[in-house]
Design a protein around this ligand. Structure first.
Ligand SMILES: Cc1cc2nc3c(=O)[nH]c(=O)nc-3n(C[C@H](O)[C@H](O)[C@H](O)COP(=O)(O)OP(=O)(O)OC[C@H]3O[C@@H](n4cnc5c(N)ncnc54)[C@H](O)[C@@H]3O)c2cc1C
Length: 488
């Protein structure tokens, strides 16, 4: 075991030992098993691996939302295309089967794109994201995918003066990107929607919906197969090069090879420092009783977030639980990923403390399941979608924590890029958006990558603690420094 792994574990144990016991100790918690969503909905029946060398018109590496949405839209646009999806484990093994089910209009990097390409270009990007939320809901209806979608919008709360200052600034920024229906609430209006302890304000947008990530994923995979796309599972791609996707069972040759591997990208040859696999972890409670829901409110079933530097995200599930996520241990040395979703004991404890901090009246509610997954983080924290016309290689991702909707926009953009390149259509609005063909430098080699990311999150947590204890009216200066060092 490396010294940094030891450091990870030691920090874990120490934090767990010193964590204030604000809540009852959790009863038996299922940890891992990919995610709670699979425990609830069942693992999918396996699909056949690649039987040997093959050819296709388009080969897609990765069976998450990005890969499957891309297959979906390409096949719809050009039914004659032979499309093959290669998935290392099973479709939805990655973040698409583990996320918080926030289908919302946020996109990583918008503000930087505004600086690089002008405000108008970023407004168009934002409008495309707003429309993407509606597009995902539309397709679920058209394809009869029952994904527990509830269009309650997104509610983000502040519970310290510094968070309130950030909330107001955030609200103004969103209005400046053309969001007309966003609302700002004070403490009383917030409490009418949801009883979050000490909440001093909130902002709400209608451009969001709660959904069940795995039900969406499974429905999408079935829709893609019904259209005639070939999916091979248990087929890891070891190398991508122009016109080739290489696996241990054979090579698939195709004019277009699309990399849709997000947080797992570092495991591909030549991609070790492209996107950093950042952990995000979640817990799901046992179902709440009617009285407990009465004490919480949350009848609008908005997806719920906060304005902390190390922020949380949550949803009220269709079967009456709270599923809540946050950062936990942010990154594993050497860009390693978790073992089938298992997360650290200290992270489970920290997430439970956030739950009880938000809703002290739920201190007796047990956590049923905990899990984690990886997101893809580019060095400049900007999502991108690209087709290199000289090689036929394409990729989309780097969504940071906002990929549920963004993957759909990326997929439609990849469709348009391929259709233009193959002469089936001309330029479209989507391919002129500022995130298309954005280039970014690689992450630093280890140990600088590990030190930088752990340092940044330690700083954010310290800033959150400081804002809670001092009740300062403005954001802590150390968090601003961390932002700058991180390149956000
Ligand atoms: C815990 C958690 C909570 C999140 N919550 C939200 C949320 O509420 N809202 C939101 O917008 N975003 C959220 N995200 C982010 C969002 O889930 C992702 O951005 C999105 O699912 C990315 O989809 P993807 O298809 O690009 O990647 P993934 O879903 O990770 O899919 C990549 C696929 O590629 C496969 N693969 C990787 N390497 C290879 C290879 N070499 N060969 C073959 N196959 C390979 C993997 O097995 C995987 O199935 C969350 C992420 C996590 C981890």
């Amino acid at each position: 075991m490396s010294s940094t792994e030891n450091a990870d574990r030691a920090t874990d144990t120490a934090r767990a030992a010193h964590a204030p016991r604000t809540a009852d100790a959790p009863r038996t918690v299922v940890n891992g098993g990919i995610s709670f969503w699979y425990a609830q909905d069942g693992l999918p029946a396996p699909r056949e691996p690649l039987p040997g060398d093959a050819s296709a018109d388009v080969v897609i590496v990765g069976g998450g939302y990005t890969g499957l949405w891309t297959a979906y839209y390409l096949k719809k646009a050009a039914p004659f295309l032979r499309i093959t999806v290669l998935e290392q484990r099973f479709c939805g093994y990655g973040a698409s089967g583990r996320n918080g089910g926030w289908l919302y209009n946020g996109i990583a990097g918008r503000d930087r794109y505004a600086r690089l390409h002008g405000h108008e270009a970023a407004v168009r990007l934002q409008e495309a994201m707003n429309a993407t939320v509606a597009e995902v809901v539309r397709v679920t209806e058209e394809e009869h995918i029952d994904a527990d979608v509830h269009r309650g919008g997104v509610l983000e709360v502040a519970y310290t003066p510094a968070q309130l200052a950030r909330l107001k600034a955030f609200h103004e920024t969103e209005l400046s990107y053309g969001e007309k229906d966003r609302e700002l609430y004070g403490a009383r209006e917030t409490a009418e929607r949801i009883r979050v302890a000490d909440a001093v304000g909130s902002t709400w947008t209608p451009h969001g919906a709660r959904l069940h990530p795995v039900k969406l994923l499974k429905g999408l995979a079935a829709a893609v197969e019904a259209l005639g796309v070939t999916i091979h599972e248990s087929t890891p791609v070891t190398e991508i090069r122009p016109k080739h996707a290489v696996t241990p069972y054979g090579t698939v040759r195709a004019p277009y090879v699309l990399r849709c591997t997000e947080g797992f990208t570092a495991s591909l040859k030549g991609q070790r420092r492209t996107w950093l696999p950042m952990n995000s972890s979640m817990i799901a409670t046992e179902p709440l009783t009617a009285e407990q829901w009465e004490s919480v409110g949350w009848e609008g079933r908005e997806t719920l977030g906060d304005m902390a530097h190390a922020y949380m995200y949550a949803q009220r599930t269709a079967d009456g639980r709270i599923a809540l996520g946050g950062r936990g241990v942010p990154y594993r040395f050497g860009s390693r990923t978790d073992n089938d979703g298992r997360t650290q004991a200290s992270t489970v404890r920290a997430l439970r403390e956030i739950l009880v901090r938000f809703f002290p009246q739920l201190s007796s509610v047990a956590v049923a399941h905990a899990w984690s997954g990886v997101l893809g983080v580019p060095r400049d924290w900007c999502a991108t979608v690209t087709l290199d016309r000289s090689t036929g290689l394409g990729w989309a991702g780097g969504y940071v924590g906002s990929g549920v909707a963004t993957a759909n926009l990326a997929a439609r953009t990849l469709r348009d890029l391929i259709q233009r390149d193959s002469g089936q259509s001309g330029a479209t609005d989507l391919i002129t958006l500022p995130w298309v063909e954005h280039k970014v430098r690689k992450w630093e080699p280890e140990p600088f990558r590990w030190l930088g990311v752990h340092g940044m999150y330690a700083t954010y947590r310290a800033a959150d603690r400081r804002e809670l204890t001092t009740h300062a009216a403005q954001s802590s200066r150390i968090a601003r420094i961390a932002d700058r060092v991180a390149g956000r």
